[in-house]
Design a protein around this ligand. Structure first.
Ligand code: AMP
Ligand code: TRP
Length: 342
């Protein structure tokens, strides 16, 4: 029943709850594509069950899920190479989440900063699902025995909780069944900040559209938002140290580095000493060159929704070949009688 080694397998997810933005692209999508190029199985998920932890208009949820799938493919994910799924189409996610609801402790959940931020002062009125959110996320990952999870910086705490759940399950049942998953939070793009305020994360919930670059923005909109991005009056430094205390400058240099696939030091070696009046057009050109083809391809794919739905149906089928036996084995370990009980 116990397993000691786990084959490397990558899993990650994004919520279909509105516009994808540059933060999602650099912090997540682009890195999903990088993993796909390696010799490892990759599974990427539209987490619609997570999205409904806060209200979603039903028609919008359908549109956002298909749009996210289009975004995955437009960014370079190949549905033959990677398994692309919509979470609710693979029922084992929600089934394992129930088990993890019984493993995780209330105190663990209460410490989650995302819960505290999202529930705010009105926690009594938040959904029970929002509180249990991280247990479902742990199930997403562990129902594949995934070992590596590329995410942005903001998901670090949830991944630590995923490890805690795996450790407690293994300990309580005396098995080595679930792997201790590695968070993969690397590179300049794991924390993209608002274009209007370098101390705030770029986010789909920011009321100012100028604060983010959406994956649905056209070339003109992208260039304009970068031209108008907040900066400070000084020239760019030639070393990363010089970006401390300059959040807006640091953010723009990070964005450049992530898109150009260079380190911050490499970028500064080239642009150190330049004024923003010179650097911003360089950044805008790079952003348009990288993002506009994705935007165009996404719009094209959205014209073929039946294709998208087929890809998701096929993804779910492939996924369930992995998840069904893992769930069944989990039930066996717990002592649930079923088709393959020992
Ligand atoms: P979400 O849209 O909240 O489901 O996030 C999907 C993925 O994008 C997760 O891996 C996040 O960590 C990542 N992400 C979201 N916002 C940012 C950001 N501003 N910078 C970097 N990564 C981000
Ligand atoms: N919570 C993640 C976010 O908001 C999305 C997510 C759900 C996820 N399940 C996951 C990410 C599993 C990685 C692995 O960004």
């Amino acid at each position: 029943m116990s397993e000691t080694t786990f084959t490397p397998r990558v899993f990650s997810g994004i919520q279909p709850s509105g516009n994808l933005h540059l933060g999602n692209y650099l912090g997540a999508l682009k890195r999903f594509v990088d993993w796909q190029a390696k010799d490892v199985e990759t599974i990427y998920c539209m987490v619609d069950l997570h999205a409904i932890t806060v209200w979603q208009d039903p028609a919008d949820l359908k549109k956002s899920t298909r749009e996210l799938c289009a975004g995955f493919i437009a960014a370079g994910l190949d549905p033959e190479q990677s398994i692309l799924i919509n979470q609710s189409q693979v029922p084992e996610h929600a089934q394992l989440a129930w088990v993890f609801n019984c493993v995780a402790r209330m105190g663990w959940m209460q410490r989650m900063t995302q819960w505290k931020d999202k529930a705010g002062k009105n926690a009594q009125n938040a959904s029970l699902g929002l509180f249990a959110y991280p247990a479902l996320m742990a199930a997403d990952i562990l129902v594949y025995h995934a070992t590596h999870v590329p995410v942005g910086e903001d998901q670090k705490q949830h991944l630590e909780l995923t490890r805690d759940i795996a450790i407690k399950f293994n300990h309580d049942y005396g098995v080595n069944f679930f792997p201790e998953t590695e968070p993969v939070i690397e590179g300049a793009g794991t924390r993209v900040m608002s274009l209007r305020d370098g101390t705030k994360k770029m986010s789909k919930s920011d009321p100012s559209d100028a604060s983010r670059i959406n994956l649905t923005d056209d070339a003109d909109a992208i260039a304009k938002k970068i031209r108008k991005a907040k900066t400070d009056p000084d020239a760019l430094p030639s070393e990363a140290k010089g970006l401390e205390e300059r959040p807006e400058a640091r953010n723009l240099v990070n964005i450049y580095a992530a898109m150009a696939e260079q380190s911050v030091d490499q970028v500064l070696a080239d642009v150190g000493g330049k004024q923003f009046s010179e650097f911003k057009p360089m950044l805008a050109d790079l952003a348009v060159a990288k993002m506009a083809p994705i935007t165009t391809e996404m719009a094209r794919l959205m014209q073929h929704q039946d294709e998208i739905d087929k890809i998701l149906a096929r993804g779910a089928e492939r996924a369930r070949e992995i998840t069904a036996p893992i769930l069944r084995k989990t039930y066996d370990i717990i002592g649930m009688v079923g088709p393959s009980s020992l």
